[in-house]
Ligand binder design. Structure first.
Ligand SMILES: Nc1ncnc2c1ncn2[C@@H]1O[C@H](COP(=O)(O)OP(=O)(O)OP(=O)(O)O)[C@@H](O)[C@H]1O
Length: 310
């Protein structure tokens, strides 16, 4: 057990925009070295929370401590020890890849000589050395995201905030980003990320909170969340016809949890193969059958009745 103070501590944290409550009294504690995630659909309040943690948006209510400091009073001191990778790339298209890093380092008062060295190291880390003297514009989405991650590291931050680090990237580019983030985690950097991809949360996060409508609806490691809120296996069934509903009511006889989506039915069971045999024994013949392990998407569906990506 560690008694060290969490690097990020929020109690009853609220963010309001006019009369609208985007973040509704959340409690979060992130210890050093953890990879912590906010998982939720669009509009859940993840970015609003990240912006408060990043000291660019003051809390409306509640308590927030970052590195033991108050983001409203000590914003500059905190920001000096944070790395921020925003949801949309804010790279300077006029500058080269290398210059983007050096210029950013200068904002932190890092000497030019040190900044140059660090830029070279970081470009190597994110596998962009060959593009060091290229302008930013022709880079692919994945390269731009890796450059933004490198930029977030120029001040050797203790905490790196990543707002949807792989949204919009193709699978190969996503894996490269995950791999680099995993390396950072191995080096002991505390990662805080938002995502609406359950596979990203499962891959990267030691612990996460599931957010919906500004509130935290569950908290734990991916494994524990799945154990607590879902079954071991899921059978996905698709039946021919306009609607899946009539088939779902027949499946109710099995006595297992049944979720109906527009294009398929999910059957939550301990053992997928024997459930498929039971479905066949009922005289039902789906046109598609998939047996898989439960994931965080199933946790979210169970907790909210909705899927993560609408
Ligand atoms: N500056 C703002 N003014 C008014 N409403 C806002 C503002 N920023 C966010 N909101 C609203 O707050 C809610 C939460 O938004 P937020 O961006 O935090 O969600 P999110 O979970 O990060 O979703 P996304 O994936 O779309 O970024 C949304 O309904 C959004 O429209």
């Amino acid at each position: 057990m560690t008694t060290a103070q969490p690097l990020i501590q929020a109690r009853g944290l609220v963010k309001r925009f006019g009369g609208f409550t985007a973040v509704d009294a959340i409690d979060v504690a992130v210890p050093a070295g953890e990879a912590f995630g906010f998982l939720g659909p669009n509009g859940a309040g993840k970015s609003s929370t990240m912006r408060m943690i990043g000291c660019v948006s003051p809390p409306s209510e509640g308590e927030l401590r970052i590195l033991g400091m108050d983001p409203v009073r000590d914003g500059p001191a905190i920001r000096a020890r944070l790395g921020v990778c925003p949801q949309l790339d804010t790279l300077d298209p006029e500058l080269t890849v290398r210059e983007n890093l050096i210029t950013y380092a200068r904002y932190f008062g890092i000497a030019r000589r040190v900044a140059r060295l660090r830029a070279t190291e970081l470009l190597d880390f994110v596998q962009l050395s060959e593009r060091a003297d290229s302008k930013v514009e022709p880079l692919s989405g994945g390269m731009k995201r890796r450059l933004t991650i490198a930029r977030a590291l120029v001040n050797e931050p203790e905490i790196v905030l990543l707002d949807e680090p792989t949204t919009g990237l193709d699978p190969q580019a996503r894996h490269l980003v995950w791999e680099r983030l995993f390396q950072l985690k191995q080096q002991g950097v505390t990662l805080v990320l938002t995502t609406h991809y359950m596979d990203e949360a499962e891959q990267l996060c030691d612990r996460l909170v599931v957010m919906d409508g500004g509130r935290i609806v569950a908290e734990g490691s991916p494994r524990v969340l799945i154990e607590q809120h879902s079954t071991r296996e899921v059978v996905e069934l698709r039946f021919a016809g306009e609607s899946q509903e009539p088939f779902a009511s027949k499946l109710d006889q099995l006595g297992e949890r049944v979720e109906v989506l527009p294009d398929r039915i999910l059957l939550y069971v301990p053992d997928g193969d024997s459930a498929v045999a039971e479905v066949t024994a009922l005289g039902l013949h789906p046109i598609n059958v998939l047996v898989r392990r439960s994931g965080l998407e199933d946790v979210f569906l169970h907790l909210t009745g909705r899927t993560l990506i609408d």
